[in-house]
Design a protein around this ligand. Sequence first.
Ligand code: GLN
Length: 236
Amino acid sequence: MNKLFSIFIMLFCSISLFGKETLIVGTNAEFPPFEYMEKNKIVGFDIDLINKIGEIIGKDIKISNLSFDGLLPALQAKKIDLVVAGMTVTEERKKFVDFSKDYFIATQVLILPENSTISNLNDFETNKLGTILGYTGDLLASKNKNIQKIQYNTPAMAIMDLKSGKIQGIILDSAPALGYVKNTKGLKILDINEEQEKYAIALRKGNEKLVEEINSAIDEIIKTGYYDQLVKKYFN
Ligand code: GLN
């Protein structure tokens, strides 16, 4: 009994000493407006969203910036607790991780030079397409083995090569693509009518309680209008 009591006291002390539980959130700050660097700080839609979720569920949030294709391995290796990275829910990813409810709908589009006559993905059988390693757009382009793909680590690097004419197009998620086209002269978007994609937060399998907490926090964020505020802040 005494032993139990001292364990209880120790636990109580450590909780009050160390405060709230911290969730380590992995992202890849190369995907504006969802996550990007601003004056050496990681900011964006996803960052505000997860900080609000942390506030609602009473947990501290610490952001860790990793490469996009390193995010799910880091989650499985318990180096991070969550992934918030504009990540699309796919059947393949679901084999390895669980997802929260979705919080954003996107599609894949092509970024092309303004004067380009390219009209669909298959035109890249005779042109060079920039893809970003591990992104859903990269996987989509891989379905046609005849497409000539050049893989980049970040969208910004692909945009540079598109401008210099090394590649003739880039496949990318719609929201970041729109941002790049807005901020770069001489580019346009081509909608290729691909299926909708849903972004959600990825968690290690077997964290049902945390999934539930996050899902109800997302509901609250939508209900209270905070979600609309974020849309206004990042999509104008
Ligand atoms: N939505 C895309 C994917 O999940 C790209 C996400 C990202 O680059 N952050 O692959």
